[in-house]
Design a protein around this ligand. Structure first.
Ligand SMILES: [Zn+2]
Length: 90
């Protein structure tokens, strides 16, 4: 096996390993659930057909408190609070 083939195999192998390691690292860096990573408010799920088709394991979210938008990992969701109208009834 020539030196060029060995060099290319090692170089491509390290490149692929680096891409896999970065993907796994950033996967676990994303917060799970529906809370905003900036202000910890509950985010809203938004429809993004292309991203939801490409990455179905993530949740496309938007925070209406700080206008953050991005991807979150699927996780436990915050239960919906009862509306104020219902809580003010006698
Ligand atoms: Zn926010």
């Amino acid at each position: 096996m020539s030196d060029v083939v060995i060099f290319v195999a090692v170089f491509v192998g390290f490149f692929i390993l680096r891409a896999v390691a970065a993907t796994v690292f950033f996967l676990y860096l994303l917060p799970a659930g529906d809370h905003c990573p900036n202000c910890d408010a509950v985010t809203l799920r938004i429809e993004s057909p292309m991203m939801n088709r490409l990455l179905p394991m993530f949740r496309t979210s938007w925070c209406y408190e700080c206008n953050w938008h991005g991807l979150l990992r699927r996780g436990p969701l915050t239960p919906a609070a009862p509306s104020e109208v219902l809580t003010k009834l006698p």
